[in-house]
Ligand binder design. Structure first.
Ligand SMILES: [Fe+2]
Length: 129
């Protein structure tokens, strides 16, 4: 469902590898959610989302270090966006969502991946230029 696509590649190897991993984690959550044979998957999804949170933070830190190393002009915009996204991820609390609400989980995953795609295409691409 979710995957790294050709047009998401910035050409900066480490950043691309990390973006790839982010999509993999989002996809793991999606696949797990739709797997009808695993009991207690709610906890597993919460775990994966936590991994996504942690990995996103690590990735942003790397990306910011890279921007700093090349003296990237629009770093401030990036930092603000990264911080806002981390806040949103931290605010997510699966326990507040009805366990049977497939739509709610789907919405979260869609939000996360849409944000990533737009951010990569509109902002991270500019780092590579
Ligand atoms: Fe970024």
């Amino acid at each position: 469902m979710y995957e790294m696509k050709e047009e998401y590649y910035t050409g900066i190897e480490q950043i691309d590898e990390e973006h790839k991993r982010l999509f993999e984690i989002a996809d793991e959550a999606y696949e797990l959610y739709h797997n009808e044979f695993i009991p207690d998957k709610y906890d597993n999804i919460a775990e994966i989302l936590q991994e996504l949170r942690d990995y996103t933070k690590t990735h942003f830190a790397h990306e910011e270090a890279y921007m700093e190393s090349i003296g990237y002009k629009n770093m401030f915009v990036q930092k603000v966006q990264h911080a806002q996204f981390c806040d949103k991820l931290d605010e997510l609390n699966l326990e507040h969502i009805d366990e049977n609400s497939e739509e709610a989980i789907q919405n979260i995953l869609t939000f996360l991946t849409d944000w990533l795609v737009h951010h990569i295409l509109e902002h991270d691409m500019m780092i590579a230029e």
